[in-house]
Design a protein around this ligand. Structure first.
Ligand code: B16
Ligand code: MG
Length: 222
């Protein structure tokens, strides 16, 4: 049976629900700029970097800003987001995730964080899970964000593993596409329809199970 050697995690929406804080911070920015913004539109921003997200919001509202003003708005959004994540504690880890990560460790499988967020380090420190991650990709070093495969390829590389032996876990469509573009096994967390490109979709994090993942991975690689 083909064994998994590495599991690469997205952060927002997989390990913890910082997606909600991003939503609140973008909503505030959109309200300030008189741009309509709802949860449906917010879905498009999941997994997408800060400046790319701002561009999508501005396009949506038919607004044009100077480069300087864009920088100012993005910084303001980030300051708001940083205030919210200061309050994160281990109680904010999504259901089942800690058990899943511990099972992975016990099985001797390596783990890495492949989050597009430049605030990921602060979040994992507040969640107290740094010891459960063998490697963390620095989002600032990534040139082509999700759906490009770069961040997942970099995570595998940092673990010294090749793509075919890795699985990635994602809640966003752009993230699942990035995992598949990296030729890895993709686990989607959330809506089956939205994440249809994933190799295995679970409704929520409480359904993540290492033995089941290993089974599905072996079937897909046989
Ligand atoms: P920051 P992930 C992504 O994290 C979020 O899903 C996305 O909404 C956010 O815009 C992006 O990080 C950048 O975050 O502004 O903190 O650098 O899902 O890849 O863990
Ligand atoms: Mg995510």
């Amino acid at each position: 049976m083909k064994q998994i050697s590495g599991i690469l995690f997205d952060l927002d929406g997989v390990i913890t629900d910082t997606a909600e804080y991003h939503y609140k911070a973008w909503k505030q920015l959109a309200d300030d700029l008189d741009i309509p913004f709802d949860r449906e539109f917010n879905e498009k921003l999941k997994g997408i970097g800060r400046m790319e997200s701002l561009e999508l919001i501005l396009q949506h509202g038919n607004k044009q800003l100077t480069a300087e003003e864009k920088e100012r708005q993005a910084t303001k959004k980030n300051e708001h987001y940083k205030q919210m994540i200061e309050l994160i504690t281990p109680a904010d880890i999504l259901p089942g995730v800690l058990e899943f990560m511990n099972e992975i460790k016990d099985a001797g499988v390596k783990t890495a964080l492949a989050s597009s967020s430049k605030n990921a380090q602060a979040v994992i420190e507040n969640l107290e899970i740094t010891h459960l991650l063998d490697s963390v990709v620095n989002a600032a070093e990534i040139k082509n964000g999700k759906p490009a495969p770069e961040i997942f390829l970099k995570a595998a590389d940092q673990l010294g593993l090749s793509s075919e032996n890795c699985a990635g876990v994602e809640d966003a469509q752009a993230g699942v596409e990035a995992i598949k573009a990296a030729e890895m096994f993709a686990v989607g967390v959330g809506d089956q329809k939205a994440l249809k490109k994933a190799d295995w979709v679970v409704e929520d994090t409480s359904q993540l199970d290492f033995k089941e993942l290993q089974q599905k991975f072996a079937e897909a690689r046989s």
